[in-house]
Design a protein around this ligand. Structure first.
Ligand SMILES: C[S@@+](CC[C@H](N)C(=O)[O-])C[C@H]1O[C@@H](n2cnc3c(N)ncnc32)[C@H](O)[C@@H]1O
Length: 275
């Protein structure tokens, strides 16, 4: 049989299910900025198999806006960065094909990534994808994707509101043996004000059904709400100052948070080693 030609070079049935393709221009800009702040070296490293390893955007949606925007942002740092957009819905792949170039690819596929021989992956973004699955599907999807990511690489798997004004994302680091849940990150651009309760509506699938007493994520939100109330006087100085003060108060309650201005001033709350 002749080898199937790129970009439909999929020998196996894509794993997963087609879901609503809603997306928006710049919706994932805060995710790009997060990756650039969190681990810029991952986007530029060239050692060993990282030399030409891809950034993969799985489930880019009805239009390829977010993949193309990431390509533009990341290539300011690494002009040769290879970027692969993966969709399980064939029409969405067809619509993206006009944007293919020497470093930008779009292919039909699922959690079993449609890689070609010799390709490697430095990071996967799966945004607003697993929210439309069942909670029980999360661990198998993470496990399947882990097979393609080089040790040291990342899976950025999370959820946002329709505009990207708020988001919450798992940051999973690929170790030699599997994923390490390195951080849970919240972001707000403050256009919706500031209230931790807002984040409960857009939590990644592994958390969203767990806002119930006895669950660590429930305790986290109770502590954050208490920290917000305790620091309410800071509100007069602006929402960013209030957000920062609440993070400092939350850290005093025992949560491992990144308190540097580079995170908090930009609206990112990074919780390391989350429960
Ligand atoms: C809501 S859109 C998200 C678009 C974009 N990532 C964003 O955040 O704006 C989800 C997309 O994921 C796709 N999808 C769902 N499961 C998938 C899978 N296993 N592999 C590839 N694409 C998938 C759906 O077809 C849909 O187009």
């Amino acid at each position: 049989m002749p080898k199937p030609s790129h970009p439909f070079a999929v020998s196996k049935k894509p794993e997963g299910q087609p879901t609503r393709g809603k997306t928006a221009r710049n919706r994932l800009r805060p995710v790009d900025n997060l990756m650039l702040l969190y681990d810029p070296g991952l986007l530029t490293r060239r050692d060993g198999r990282f030399d030409n390893a891809l950034f993969v955007d799985i489930g880019y949606g009805a239009e390829a806006f977010t993949t193309l925007e990431s390509a533009e942002r990341f290539r300011r740092l690494n002009p040769d960065l290879g970027i692969l957009g993966v969709e399980i819905e064939p029409e969405r792949v067809a619509r993206a094909l006009p944007f293919v170039d020497a470093h930008t690819f779009f292919r039909l596929g699922g959690f079993n990534l449609p890689l070609e021989p010799g390709e490697a992956v430095r990071a996967i973004r799966a945004f607003n994808v697993l929210r439309q699955y069942e909670e029980a599907d999360v661990a198998p999807a993470w496990e399947r994707m882990s097979r393609y990511v080089l040790p040291g690489g990342l899976l950025v798997e999370g959820t946002s509101n329709p505009t990207g004004a708020i988001l919450a994302t798992n940051m999973l680091r690929r170790t030699e043996t599997g994923w390490l849940r390195e951080a849970l990150v919240f972001y707000t651009n403050f256009h919706l004000g500031f209230d931790p309760v807002e984040f409960q509506t857009i939590l990644p699938k592994n958390y969203i059904h767990r806002i119930v007493p006895g669950e660590p994520i429930f305790d986290f939100f109770e502590a954050w709400k208490a920290a917000v109330a305790e620091s309410a006087a800071m509100r007069t100085f602006g929402l960013r100052q209030w957000f920062t003060a609440s993070a400092e108060s939350l850290a005093r309650r025992g949560y491992k948070l990144r308190l540097l201005k580079k995170w908090l001033n930009r609206g990112y709350l990074v919780w390391d080693n989350p429960a």
